[in-house]
Design a protein around this ligand. Sequence first.
Ligand code: BGC
Length: 744
Amino acid sequence: MNPTLTSLISGALVACTLTGCGGGDNTQTTVVQPTADTVADDKASALLAQMTLDEKIQLVHGNGFGNSPVGGAGWIPGIARLGIPELYTADSAAGVGVTGKNVTPMPAPIALAASWDPKLAFEYGETIAKELRALGFYEGLGGGVNLAREPRNGRNFEYMGEDPVLAGELVAQRTIGTHSQKVVATLKHYALNDQEVNRFTSNSEVDERTMRELYLLPFEIGVKQGEPGNVMCSYNLVNGLHACQNPYLLTDVLKKEWGFKGKVQSDWFLALTDTVQAATAGLDEEQAGSPDDSAGIFGWPTFFNQKLKTAVQSGSVPLSRLNDMVFRKLRTLARVGILESPPKAGGTIDQAAGSAAALKFAQQSMVLLKNTASTGSTSKPLPLNAGSVRSIVVIGGHADVAVLSGGGSASVAPRDGDAVPCLKPGTVVGNLNLFNACATWYKSSPLDAIRAKAPTATVTYFDGNDAVAAATAAAAADVAIVFGTQWQTEDADLSNLSLPDAVTDPANQSYDQNALIAAVAAKAKQTVVVLETGTAVTMPWVGNVNSVLEAWYPGVKGGQAIADVLFGDVNPSGKLPQTFPVREADLPQTAISKTSLNVQYLEGLAMGYRWFDARQITPLFPFGHGLSYTDFSYSGIQTSMDAAGNLTVNFTLKNIGGRAGAEVAQVYAGLPSNSGEPPKRLVGWQKISLAAGASQAVSLTIKAERLSVWDTSKHQWQLPSGSFTFYVGGSSRDNQSLVAFSGK
Ligand code: BGC
């Protein structure tokens, strides 16, 4: 049970019959135990009954952007006479979105997804929520689960990859972790907000089955398992209607079908066009809103202040709908514990605890993509041996001082200033001038951490601007470690998946990274590439380097975590949450159109690895891939399905290598051939730590719904009949075993 629920029901009546409790009376009166939900409902109803129309309106719209007394993204003034506190909200994708408060910049959510670890996702939500609460925020706007349909999407680093079940399970745990600290969690951006180009005006055109099986599924899992207090609807249109004015998405699916009891909040600007449409479709809160609808915000219109009041007074929005909006907010505040215990601004951040958590998340999320010995050698370069390595050349990526982070509303301010000056301050990318193009670099030096690991080695640094000098030095060293970086931000998609150069990212790159890596690889005895990226990159040099470590945006302790993995103090255990293609031409669409506002999801169900499998295209690195410094074997794989279609998978996992490590054992299902599905889908996994030589019997239970397809005639999930095939192994393409199973 989550601690929030525990605290809400403590003090409640214990269920028992009076007789059973020792009463002398024979009457069998059952006392119904109030649940957290009914307690919250009762509190909300009692408050709602006392509210005036103006107070209700006050609670359903934000008060503007940038004018909150405690910072953050928005606020709703409280109602003191009813004990409703000020409601401050802040971004929190990878840490709290405020400046000057010493908050902890965590590794990006894509890194969390690469850990494949639900427990870590809980801790991630919990740790960020502690900092939100300490600064007075009742709500965090983390929890992005738009799928990586388009790897060039500028916000991929904020999300959890391309698989709906992986993203859904992790965001559910993140949500429960957030609520455990009495902070309201958000799932966003609902829905099909999968690119930044034309983000306020694009219309995602998608068929019902694809929408339900892929893009809505992480939200369905997140809502049902995590019970978030808040779902943020997105800027874009879905099949012709604004997502925030879409009755199918907000009311029919989210509230009625999935039973969502929290509130629906609009994304910040330009998400609405009409008060009545938004209100009747199911929107419960407008953000950032404005103190005056006739003024709007930044010249853009707002809809849920005076305009909503007028609409309610005229009857075009029923009072019952306004009451429902307010009720949803109040019961969320009650259920999560905000009413009992409102957060207070002015608390201190436990920086040591935040840093320790950030280090752990980074260590658990790095993905070792490649690790091969040089020709003529039998030893792989990684892990580096601190005792025997004599000379290391570290090159590029500002690895002497910093690690990279993502931009936009998911950016988290550095505690101690930006480590790397912007090359072209004020450069603006994207469609709006909301954000400039300067990346944030945290002062966490991989170079210093590498030096500390190998105190007897000569470790030199080249900044990468002179590829010839770097390659010459690399030729004389035992190993060259080249850092490659790719900055991503909200409001701008990447023009391509190459590591950026001075042309594609003039504010943050001064040289051609691919040319540098190729030059070093041509001369070095051993080349290790460390990537700090928010999404896939292409690697034209991959055949000439020994090792590639994907570190993502690794957060405030990233330099340390990178060195820990390079030297084997931490055995890498991350797995790719999205496919890395060889080239853009292998993707369903070769570019994101800037001119067409209709984004057609023509690939249908064949998205991400499903596309590569269906088209039999070999990716650069497949979904689920990630190496370790040890090896694992799978044996004794058995599956069985009960009458309801629930699957049990049993197997033995053994660590057959020489050191302790963790494996993410993955189960994929191939659905019956007449079901119209791509070749396989992820249905379950478990991350298992094993000492060298140890083995463990693993039993995974997979619910029938994971094996189901969306029936568009009945509008419901349906378990197909026919023969299923299951795959168990360490990646979507590296099947240790294949089990053919005949379904019902
Ligand atoms: C983003 C949201 C964010 C909000 C507040 C919007 O532009 O799309 O993800 O939470 O701004 O900063």
